[in-house]
Design a protein around this ligand. Sequence first.
Ligand SMILES: Cc1ncc(COP(=O)(O)O)c(C=O)c1O
Length: 328
Amino acid sequence: MTRTDRVLTSAIEAIGNTPLVELARLTKGMDGRILAKMEYLNPGLSKKDRIARQIIEEAEAQVALKPGQTVVELTSGNTGTGLAIVCAVKGYPFVAVMSRGNSMERARMMSALGAEVVLVDQLPGSRPGQVSGGDLELVEMATRKIVLERGAFRADQFQLQGNQRAHYLHTAAEIIQQSGGLFHAFCDFVGTGGSFAGCAAAFKEYNPLIRCFIVEPEGAAVLAGEQATNPNHRIQGGGYSMASLPLLRPEHVDGHLQVSETEAIRTARRLAKQEGIFAGFSSGANVAAALQLLKGECRGSTIVVLLCDSGLKYLSTDLWDSTSSFSE
Ligand SMILES: Cc1ncc(COP(=O)(O)O)c(C=O)c1O
């Protein structure tokens, strides 16, 4: 039964079961296909609703989270929005701790959903819209302090297995079912690594020949072993220049791809204009990486990507500003 077949008991049940679409207009004339999972159709407009639900329900089952206890998390906005939805329905106070460098749509949306939003200033020299690993360290310190002060449960997306399990149990399982398992590769722009870890684990279990690629911003490809020369890139939600991510399993990584900010932005704009898909920077990065694969080592293949969040979350940025330096 899918989420559209019956009356649901709450918005939490509306999380997941997103459509998988072929990007046939974008790949016209190319040898191969791209199948894109429309994660921006989740209630909080991103794939992170899935992990919010999984982490909170696992914590409830393990009695790590008690009725009425405050939930806190460091977020670039999407996990926080998912947690705000799950906490609103279940009656937990929620505090989202976010860098001031992330787009303001996110803070407004979380507040509207009842969250207390704590904004942390960026490092001197960092620019709004470009959150670096250093900026995130400041958010991490503020988060730890609030957790201690409030005796809160931390929905720690970088550490808790519920993050990758949400994608292992649901996102990946849906993709395998929707595609009939007929795909050859998966590439994913990494933040916490939870989506990559969960999907790659499930795909390899289903068919070890499915190749899984990590996507990073050009100039911040530290997982590929490079020095970060541009940690303050525009691709929000990942590419934090953290050399080790606890959820990633190296044996599931078949290769590394890099996407420039310009490529991510141009591809997000092409997705909107050619496919009618209004998604964010990282979705543009994922599709740009899949196009690279189709032109290169995965010519003739079918590649799966996630469309991580909605373009609505970036209306205040230059993503949709055709007069910006990124216009075609
Ligand atoms: C818009 C967006 N794209 C990509 C990612 C990266 O996903 P993951 O943390 O599963 O690696 C995130 C994570 O917050 C995100 O918000």
